[in-house]
Design a protein around this ligand. Sequence first.
Ligand code: UD1
Length: 416
Amino acid sequence: MGRFYIDGGRCLEGTLRIQGGKNAVLPILAATVLNGDVSYIQDCPRILDVFTMIRILESIGCKVRWDDKTLMIDSSSVDSYKIPEELVREMRSSIILLGSVLGRHKKVIISYPGGCPLGPRPIDLHIKALKQLGASIKEEHGFIICEAPKLVGAKIHLDFPSVGATENIMLAAVLAEGTTEIHNAAKEPEIKDLQDFLNGMGAKIKGASSDVITIEGVKSLHQVEHKVIPDRIVTGTYLAAAAITGGEVLLTNVNPNHIQAINSKLKEAGCRIIEEKDRIYLKAPKKLKNIDIIRTQPYPGFPTDMQAQMMAMLTVASGASIITETVFESRYKHVDELIRMGANITLEGRTAIIKGVGHLTGTNVYAKDLRGGAALIIAGLVAEGVTIVDGAKHIERGYEQIDKDLNILGASIRKD
Ligand code: UD1
């Protein structure tokens, strides 16, 4: 597995374009199975999770081709409903194929995604909802076998606004008979992007971004062209990176509406932020202020996917900050690594207390998951000396080229 070498102490300055959204494009790629036609996906990020999803789509019969930043997927010759086990293991979010392959074939066999570094990630809400649409589901030898001679629309109430469950229901309901209502649906911007993509291929969905999403089943779908929304977590990561270095950056291809919760915390830390239609400017203070409390929550609350990066930023702020992780059980794998770099962090259950220190020191650290890995790179930007972040593969699951991007802004990072 590759490593990043970060020579700390440089201030980030300049302009950078943000990639298309990982969490937007993955369900969209799953959705391409439904139309039995060609989908053109513009601004598709070239990240490992997308490459894994492409391998899965090819394994079930899709033809896939890149044309610069546009991905073309032809699902007319899809002939399999079995999702290869080794690929599901590589990417837990491949569970999103449950809804789309079921919708297309009325049958899907997929291995159980199991645990992951963020703690147990159950799929009970997905299973319960698909049963409500008429699917029969068996779990045998680690596989989920899901069948439905006919999918019929239903009124579904989610116990928790799960992003993946909301997406799976939308995907399964598009070609179902009758109308499906999802109550307590996830409101993440990626759900709205999926709605727009599906409607572009002829689906009848409304309500995304609100608590209730209504899907009126249709008989067939057609070709579609769609541009993926910008990645709000990559945007937040680069803002936090600029902030920790006392930098000044302009990020383009962003949607400032999608990062209000992040911006408000960066402002609390003393950053000056100017939002324009599709750009955001940040100027950091010489010394960041502490943030009283950050609580991760479903959208529009503060995103759990930005928790680690904000924690890294706060390790050198003045005073103490508190972070409470409410979405995932054990999403603190980066804490020990930050402590190795000299951070002062105490964990009490789901709460982390971060006392700002004068400086961090470069050392060998290990990226155990995607966002935790990005956090270590952020810390490395201000650490004295060289920080070596092992486990680059985790980071490349979601960042197209974090080393090149940060180097454009004046960092000194190389990868081997
Ligand atoms: C998605 C994102 C991930 C992000 C997360 C929360 C993608 C590909 N991934 O993951 O980056 O961190 O949203 O914003 O979009 N839960 C259950 N039962 C279920 C489903 C979920 O208990 O059936 C729990 C999970 O264990 C977790 C919480 O609900 O504690 C949130 O999960 P969910 O919103 O489903 O996240 P994902 O879709 O997996």
